[in-house]
Design a protein around this ligand. Structure first.
Ligand code: BT5
Length: 265
């Protein structure tokens, strides 16, 4: 079957947000699969109105228009499959060892050499930091999903040390590898994997075990700022819809959204 995602790619030098543009195409009736990429976003965003900041012409910033046959509770599975497509590309194309922080962060350990030297000296190895984020935005008609815009940002060819605001919590692929990579090749690898996961998701396949195996959040005490309020407890599992299951004081809380901080055990 010819690929759906990435068959049509529109490339822009500068946009406000690739998600904005994808939304305009979606509202105009564009079929699913369209990919919008930009070298620079003047208003790149994360969840809850937060900013996504990336130097121009260094990275991957793209949005995919999807019209999935998903019931509303299963929409988080789009974030999950995008996370798996990103980690699969990083593992198989660059031999990196990414992990996931529930539910939209891809993490990498930066500076392989530095990590090794730190291990030699007995100091703590550098903790993994965020190299990619995912933002899914949706449009409904009543309770029927009309479309979803899957936005993906991956930090690629810049050194995070040049961006002191980001450096404490972020890294880049170039920093992790110690050299830059071919961004078009990374994009191709990502889009073909997204296409594969999306086809399987639409057929009803579930990626829970694969996702769980890469989720560094599980088994740790966490603090989650969620729409249900601040939840502290043990991140025990994720369910079939991608929800995080947290146990606190003997109670199980099921979270569909939120910001997780892993607490020192
Ligand atoms: C995300 O939100 O991680 C979703 C990021 C999605 C970006 C893509 S780029 C293409 C498409 N078009 C858009 O406008 N967006 C999507 P969240 O989990 O809320 O994380 C946002 C937080 O990450 C910010 O508040 C910062 O603290 C941090 N941050 C900002 N820029 C970053 C970067 N380049 N790398 C790592 N962290 C960053």
């Amino acid at each position: 079957m010819p690929p759906l995602i990435g068959r049509d790619i529109l490339r822009y030098a500068q946009v406000t947000s690739t998600n904005d543009l994808a939304r305009e195409f979606a509202d105009a009736g564009q079929a699913e699969g369209l990919v919008i990429t930009a070298e620079e976003q003047t208003a790149g965003r994360g969840r809850l109105g937060r900013k996504w900041i990336v130097p121009a012409y260094t990275s991957l910033q793209l949005s995919v228009l999807l019209r999935p046959p998903l019931a509303p509770p299963r929409i988080p599975l789009l974030t999950q499959m995008a996370a798996l497509a990103i980690t699969s590309a990083l593992r198989n194309e660059y031999s990196l060892a990414p992990t996931l922080k529930w539910h939209n962060d891809v993490l990498l350990k930066s500076g392989g050499d530095l990590g090794y030297k730190r291990n030699q000296t007995g100091l703590d190895p550098a903790p993994p930091k965020k190299c990619a984020g995912i933002l899914v935005e949706t449009s409904f008609s009543g309770d029927q999903l009309q479309y979803a815009i899957l936005g993906i940002g991956i930090n690629v060819n810049f050194s995070i040390q040049d961006y002191p605001d980001l450096a404490p919590n972020a890294t880049t692929i170039a920093d992790a590898l110690g050299h830059p990579v071919d961004r078009r090749a990374l994009e191709r690898g990502l889009l073909s994997r997204l296409d594969d996961y999306y086809t399987r998701l639409c057929k009803g396949e579930n990626f829970r075990d694969e996702y769980r195996a890469q989720l560094s959040t599980l088994g740790h005490q966490v603090r989650v700022e969620s729409p249900k309020g601040l939840i502290k407890g043990l991140a025990e599992d994720v369910d079939d819809d991608g929800a995080l299951l947290v146990i606190s004081d003997g109670n199980l809380t099921r979270l569909l959204a939120g910001d997780v901080t892993v607490l020192k055990d």
